[in-house]
Ligand binder design. Structure first.
Ligand code: COS
Length: 378
């Protein structure tokens, strides 16, 4: 058993840490307030090699592994989970191509993403279904050599800025998961329109949109895998991409702990720093326990992905556990800060707003428990 990181991984971690300090922390609050995606951060992430890191080498990318991606994610989310979500959602859009595309398709769709700052997206959820992913209503009908897509997708991160979106649709609404198909749709496809979802509680620097498809046509070559493979491609994707959500959650927890330690040392009550009181020390200890155990879990799940071993059970545990730890840590960080924690002057109230989404997206934590429970009982 080996817990240490390789030299390359330590360098990558340091690169992401420096990037967070220089490029993310100074703008996090501003873009949260403006509810705007900081495109210049995406451009800088591209310049330093932190964007779309999972694109394989044969398609012109860095071909980094899941553990690498997660180490980066923990660092970026320390600065802003919303900004990390922009990059993470792009990897989510890329992953179905790693899972279900031919090498030719990977080159065709992914190489352009390595040539300029660009994002991908993943469109599974709909206005009336999220957890029951197989019950989708968006339809795909073959017309000659083209798929014609109609329907609405909801809660799509990077929707409207992503160069390509992997869209899941059904060829037969009565056909269940075996009738689903995964299609790559370019940003400017005629008939595709985007509506930005406003007034989110947190992660407001990340763009979330509704996607409306009105007779959107894509060539048959944009289909990933076989007819009916769509649902399994989505499930295999999420088994992987839930791990960076866990890593980002650990980044939030680490930030909550660091801010709390700093404040507890500086703030005095009853004639001494509040850090001297056990009531505060216990809160810090709880955060540290969640941080350390959560990190072990996301690293184990990521390691399994990199070893090509089954990882759905571990990724579900990591995602649910780390996101709940992050929400609890952010909540306690506010408590440590007292009234100051409740206002925007200190970053901890944003941590709580941001962390909450990690319990919901990429499968609610209730769905993670379904995955864990089924694995135990199968
Ligand atoms: N990997 C590969 N195949 C999988 C799989 C996985 N992780 N999970 C399920 N499958 C396969 C099953 O083996 C089954 O195949 P067969 O019919 O050939 O045997 C098929 O897919 C259907 O599986 P199942 O019956 O378990 O599907 P359910 O409809 O019960 O759904 C859950 C399973 C609830 C786990 C799924 O709908 C889900 O993950 N929902 C959440 C979706 C989500 O995360 N949305 C967030 C979008 S991104 S923000």
């Amino acid at each position: 058993m080996e817990f240490s990181l390789s030299d390359e991984q330590r360098q990558l971690q340091q690169l992401a840490r420096d990037f967070t300090r220089k490029e993310i922390i100074p703008v996090a609050s501003e873009y949260d307030q403006r509810e705007e995606l900081p495109w210049h951060v995406v451009e800088k992430a591209f310049e330093v090699g932190l964007l779309n890191v999972g694109i394989p080498e044969h398609a012109g990318g860095l071909g980094l592994g899941m553990l690498d991606e997660c180490l980066i994610g923990e660092e970026l989310a320390y600065g802003c989970m919303g900004i990390f979500t922009i990059l993470m959602a792009s990897e989510l859009g890329i992953t179905p191509l790693l899972v279900g595309a031919t090498e030719e398709q990977q080159r065709r769709f992914l190489t352009p993403l390595t040539e300029k700052p660009s994002l991908a997206a993943f469109a599974l959820s709909e206005p009336n279904n999220g957890s029951d992913a197989a019950a989708m209503h968006t339809t795909a009908v073959l017309d000659g050599d083209e798929w014609v897509i109609n329907g609405t997708k909801m809660w799509i991160s990077n929707g409207g800025v992503a160069e390509l979106t992997v869209v899941f649709a059904t060829t037969d609404r009565q056909g269940g998961h075996r009738a689903t198909v995964a299609l790559v749709v370019p940003k400017d496809a005629p008939g595709l329109s985007y509506n930005k979802i406003k007034h989110k509680m947190g992660q407001r620097a990340s763009l979330t949109s509704e996607l409306v498809f009105e007779n959107v046509r894509v060539p048959r070559e944009n289909q990933l895998g076989g007819l009916g493979d769509g649902f399994k491609i989505a499930m295999k994707t999420l088994d992987k991409t839930r791990i960076p959500v866990a890593a980002g959650s650990v980044g939030i927890t680490r930030r909550a702990l660091d801010e709390s330690v700093k404040y507890a040392r500086a703030r005095e009550a009853f004639g001494k720093p509040i850090a001297d009181f056990q009531a505060i020390q216990f809160k810090l200890a709880e955060m540290a326990m969640g941080l350390e155990t959560g990190r072990l879990m996301y690293q184990k799940a990521a390691w399994l992905v990199d070893q090509d071993q089954p990882h759905g059970y571990e990724s579900a545990i990591a995602k649910a556990y780390c996101s709940e730890v992050a929400v609890a840590a952010a909540n306690e960080a506010i408590q440590v800060h007292g009234g100051y924690g409740y206002v925007g002057e200190y970053p901890v109230e944003k941590l709580l707003r941001d962390a909450k989404l990690n319990m919901i997206y990429e499968g609610t934590n209730e769905i993670q428990r379904v995955v864990i429970g089924r694995a135990l009982l199968k």
